[in-house]
Design a binder for this molecule. Structure first.
Ligand SMILES: Cc1cc2nc3c(=O)[nH]c(=O)nc-3n(C[C@H](O)[C@H](O)[C@H](O)COP(=O)(O)O)c2cc1C
Length: 337
């Protein structure tokens, strides 16, 4: 069934296909068709950073940037859903075209640049949704906020997201916002996580609940940058880390017409690089900071490998585009033990 849907969707450019797919999902939900999808609650539930997940397979950030489709996406069987990246103010993102499908290589190159309706409107969408499961809110900075003032953007979003998120993700690894990845550098990184930790302590008192925060990192960091990240995650007792975002590298796509397009590459060509980053982190963190593994999980074995290599949970984006919701069920089944 999904191969027919995919064939039709792939006739359009990726951004148009995305809009058609999401609107169709909503219509299918309205007519009750999504309830025909067998539940994947047969996945193994687990508790990670104090949160109970009904299964370990989540939706990665970027697919539902504005938190508009949470209810329908939840019906596909995810154990958790992450929305965003959201910024303090709305912004249009980069000019189109900004997304490229590498069909043969099963990858995507995107340079969206955090197009989103802004955190306030997205929170209204979250308030309107009926979803009661685990919801991650992924936050970033506006493109025109100088890097020296980035902390303010994160703190603004963190405060606004706090009461609506089950966990919050500090995205400092998108390659499509100028200088954003500089926040992974030692000094910026320490200032940022220290400030957010302080804010978290204040908000725990205000709302009388603890909302964990995670840091999402890039697969392109040098060893010394990763070593610093590991050291600081441990020093500040950070709740978790997501490995990884998209890559600027072009490994494994020598033939693609799109290889020279600027942007972050995801899907199959990212798999080894994301896995390597995750393994390196796991070695340093020694299980003290839980990892969500993401990047190039395109089949059940890829997901199983990430769990075996230290991830407590996994997320998918490109795999969902290329394989459909069946992948969620296959991953739940394979990661049951
Ligand atoms: C079109 C597209 C948009 C994305 N937007 C975001 C985003 O806004 N924030 C974010 O943290 N990651 C974003 N990502 C990265 C994904 O969340 C994920 O980390 C990455 O794609 C690797 O997973 P995959 O190989 O399963 O796609 C985006 C990815 C794609 C393909």
């Amino acid at each position: 069934m999904y191969s027919i849907i995919r064939f039709l969707l792939f006739l359009f450019n990726p951004e148009t296909a995305h809009h058609i797919a999401m609107k169709s999902l909503r219509v299918a939900d309205f007519f009750g068709l999504l309830s025909l999808i067998p539940s994947s609650s047969n996945g193994r539930s687990r508790i990670v950073f104090g949160i109970e997940f009904k299964n370990p397979v989540g939706l990665a950030a970027g697919l539902d940037k504005n938190a508009e489709y949470i209810d329908c996406l939840a019906r596909l069987g995810f154990g958790f859903i992450e929305v965003g990246t959201l910024t303090p103010r709305p912004q249009p993102g980069n000019p189109k075209p900004r997304s490229f499908r590498l069909t043969k290589e099963r990858g995507i190159i995107n340079r969206f640049g955090f197009n989103n309706i802004g955190i306030d409107k997205a929170i209204l969408n979250i308030q309107r949704s009926k979803y009661k499961g685990v919801l991650g809110i992924n936050i970033g900075k506006n493109f025109d906020t100088p890097i020296e003032a980035a902390i303010n953007d994160y703190i603004t979003c963190f405060r606004k997201a706090y009461d609506y998120a089950t966990y919050i993700v500090i995205n400092i690894s998108s390659p499509n916002t100028k200088n954003l990845r500089r926040l992974q550098e030692e000094d910026f990184f320490e200032d940022l996580i220290r400030a957010i930790k302080l804010e978290q302590s204040a908000l725990v008192k205000k709302y009388n609940k603890y909302v964990p925060f995670l840091v999402k990192i890039s697969p392109d960091g040098e060893v010394n940058e990763l070593d610093n990240i590991v050291r600081l995650l441990l020093k500040y007792n950070i709740d978790g880390v997501i490995a990884t975002n998209t890559t600027l590298a072009r490994d494994g796509i020598p033939q693609s017409d799109f290889r020279n397009e600027v942007g972050g590459l995801s899907g199959q060509p990212l798999r080894l690089r994301a896995l390597k980053t995750q393994k390196y982190l796991y070695k340093g963190l020694k299980g003290k900071v839980p990892i969500i593994g993401v990047g190039g999980i395109m089949n059940a074995s890829d997901g199983e490998e990430r769990i075996n290599e230290g991830a407590e949970l996994i997320q998918i984006y490109s795999g969902l585009i290329f394989k459909g919701y069946r992948l969620i069920h296959e991953l739940c089944e394979r990661t049951k033990q």
